[in-house]
Design a protein around this ligand. Structure first.
Ligand code: ATP
Ligand code: MG
Ligand code: FE
Length: 354
């Protein structure tokens, strides 16, 4: 199956063409990403209206470039898949409408893909990663542990009850005047600091379960920033100590998740970490250690597949089509969904669940 994937749910305009062979091997024919960092940087965060306009300006050329790189024409495609939620609605609409228009013009099915399913399946783009596996999705918008049991079969084990970890990095950076996105800046400046200098809270660490909370950290960082002159060394200490708190929380929750995750049949434990925050070296090292201690293999997809991308959207569409989860004619009538939990059964009993 050859699919074009389109991703426009946040601040990346992306298109990719992939081929899924019957035995499950994936060939990435092309991938294009335009990151809107420059557009949003002056506002220290993603501005939905600016994102939607940028997607509208960039979608066509990004898709055309991906098709050209793949050296195929629309008639060679088996389907077109686009992120249909969850995400910023303006951007999602741009990607969906573009995907639907191409699908109709080419007489191919259109598939409405859940962005989170794309992230969940992303390790399968490059790794031999059979189901089941444990996934930590840790980005600017999400922070959750998922048990990926099979295609379309996901169970959320725990998630942040307020801010995502990446959001905490971004807010901390904003407080310290380090610009946007915050994660890379906090990591870079923190490298020169003492991670034990300030004892920041480890929210929910002493409570059972896999839920997390990072909103309180921002207040603690603000207090630490006001307590003393913000010299370069103080700034480095704050960044290092803040990062250490996140490492501790994610590592401990990962340890519990791995303890609870016991695939049957003596299958090896696979622990996948995806999302922009996964590029943080201290966090990666913490998770690596926990995986090793619990007899699990840590799988970290390449960075371009950890952040928002269209190859994972094309793959989710292709796997659903191959697995018979999609109507072969697709779903032109699908609407954009700002909220769309992966595990719908659990979501029905919890309206706040995203
Ligand atoms: P979504 O949540 O929808 O997947 P997003 O754009 O918020 O989308 P990503 O693009 O996956 O998420 O990742 C961006 C986030 O990752 C930002 O919050 C950024 O600060 C954080 N991040 C990037 N690099 C690092 C790093 N080295 N350390 C910590 N955080 C980082
Ligand atoms: Mg992003
Ligand atoms: Fe994402």
């Amino acid at each position: 199956l050859t699919l074009l994937g389109i991703e426009t749910s946040c601040d990346e305009t992306a298109a990719a063409v992939i081929r899924l062979a019957p035995e499950g091997t994936v060939e990435i024919l092309s991938e294009k990403v335009h990151t809107q960092l420059e557009e949003h940087a002056p506002y220290l965060g993603v501005v939905p209206e600016i994102a939607a306009r940028a997607h509208a300006e960039l979608a066509d050329q990004t898709i055309a470039a991906a098709m050209k790189d793949a050296s195929i024409s629309y008639s060679d495609l088996d389907a077109i898949a686009a992120t249909s939620g969850p995400g910023l609605i303006g951007g999602v609409l741009v990607g969906m409408m573009t995907g639907k228009a191409i699908a109709q013009a080419a007489g191919k099915p259109f598939l409405a893909v859940n962005h989170l399913e794309g992230h969940a399946l992303s390790p399968r783009l490059t790794h031999d990663c059979p189901f089941p596996y444990l996934l930590l999705l840790v980005s600017g918008g999400h922070c959750q542990f998922l048990e990926v049991r099979g295609l379309g079969d996901y169970r959320r084990l725990g998630s942040t009850i307020d801010d995502a970890a990446g959001e905490a990095f971004d807010k901390t950076a904003k407080l310290l005047g380090l610009g946007f996105p915050g994660g890379p800046a906090v990591e870079r400046i923190g490298a020169a600091g003492d991670p034990k200098a300030i004892d920041f809270p480890r929210p929910l660490l002493n409570r059972p379960g896999l839920d997390m909370s990072f909103a309180g950290l921002k207040t603690a960082v603000a207090r630490a920033a006001e307590a003393e002159d913000l010299t370069a060394s103080r700034m480095a200490d704050i960044c290092a100590s803040f990062q250490a708190a996140i490492v501790d929380v994610l590592s401990e929750k990962a340890r519990r998740a791995l303890e609870a995750f016991n695939p049957v049949g003596g299958n090896g434990k696979r622990f996948v970490v995806a999302g922009g925050v996964a590029s943080n070296k201290a966090i990666r090292a913490g998770l690596e250690k926990v995986a090793e201690e619990n007899g699990a293999v840590l799988i970290a997809p390449p960075m371009r597949h950890c952040t928002d991308n269209a190859a994972m959207i094309a793959l989710a569409g292709a796997e659903r089509l191959a697995g018979g989860l999609e109507h072969p004619e697709g779903d032109l009538g699908a609407g954009a969904r700002p909220r769309w939990p992966l595990d719908e059964a659990a979501a029905k009993s919890d309206p706040a669940y995203t």
